[in-house]
Ligand binder design. Structure first.
Ligand code: SAM
Length: 277
């Protein structure tokens, strides 16, 4: 029987966020696959754990993924960790999960720290419907194309961004979404200098042009205002009544009833107009 792949989130800045289940899972796994073994070694030292580790990072996912899969198929269990946060979320892991799922290896995702959820919850933006867009491309053309595809997006949008790219990204966002669009800049979450700046894209640009941004950022941007459905007029209603009568053979009364309901019009006014036409 094959072993299990455990996805183990790690703190995004505060070691107090280590959960008992996370520590137990690391302790019980046969081996750990880590994005950067030096970073994970610090965590293991903190937990007073010693474990065999293999490296699994963005540029060796194919080779290392196959080796991990073989060990899992042979019955060992593996805990996958990244430098911070939840594996497979803008971090290595997505391919390994797909590989394991394709070979019938059980995958267990241990819940825990994730920057996007932490930021969304604190953002003050609507949380009911959101879209996570990860990192924008380095290349300006691709970045603009990505943003333009979101021009009409009504859900709250979440982006990861590096500090050295922030001002250029805010400038592009202000051009595509408009300078008045609300944004929450969630910086250094769970750390000493944690800060959530709730402002607009235009003001955020000014702020970070004056004071260069430092630290890790999640950008949470309000979605576009919903487009109002065009309001139907009585003339539209009359047209619909006539079509219903011609095409479906409805009586005047039934056609008016249906057209008024479909278009949100007053039944009496539409009936009056229809008898007078
Ligand atoms: N897998 C991780 C997760 O679950 O959040 C994300 C890894 S991704 C490579 C790193 C990005 O996450 C950073 O560039 C930043 O946008 C965001 N991030 C990570 N830790 C953060 C923190 N403490 N505060 C704000 N953003 C953070």
């Amino acid at each position: 029987m094959s072993g299990t792949l455990y996805l183990v989130p790690t703190p995004i800045g505060n070691l107090g966020d280590i959960s008992r289940r996370m520590a137990d899972t690391l302790a019980q796994a046969d081996f750990i696959a880590a994005e950067d073994t030096r970073v994970t070694m610090k965590l293991l030292n903190h937990l007073e754990l010693r474990k065999p580790m293999v490296s699994y990072y963005r540029h060796n996912t194919e080779h290392s993924g196959k080796a991990i899969l073989e060990r899992l198929l042979a019955g060992e269990s593996c805990a996958l960790v990244t430098d911070a946060g939840t594996p497979a979320i803008s971090d290595p892991g997505e391919e390994l999960v797909a590989l394991c799922a394709g070979h019938g290896v059980p995958v267990v995702s241990v819940p825990g720290p994730c920057a996007l959820v932490t930021a969304l919850a604190a953002s003050g933006q609507p949380t009911g419907r959101f879209t996570f867009e990860g990192f924008l491309a380095m290349n300006k053309k691709n970045r603009r194309r990505h943003l333009e595809s979101l021009a009409g997006e009504e859900r709250t949008m979440i982006f990861y961004e590096a500090p050295h790219k922030l001002t250029a990204t805010l400038a592009d966002m202000a051009e595509v979404f408009g300078p008045d669009r609300p944004i929450s800049l969630c910086r250094e979450l769970t750390k000493l200098h944690e800060e959530v700046v709730r402002t607009t894209l235009g003001e955020a640009m000014e702020r970070y042009n004056q004071t260069p941004p430092k630290g890790e950022f999640v950008l949470v941007i309000r979605g576009a205002e919903p487009k109002e459905a065009p309001v139907a007029t009585l003339d539209d209603g009359l047209e619909r009544v006539n079509r219903l009568r011609e095409q479906e053979g409805l009586s005047l009364r039934d056609a008016v009833k249906r057209a008024a309901k479909e278009l949100g019009l007053s039944r009496n006014e539409l009936y009056q107009l229809a008898v007078e036409q």
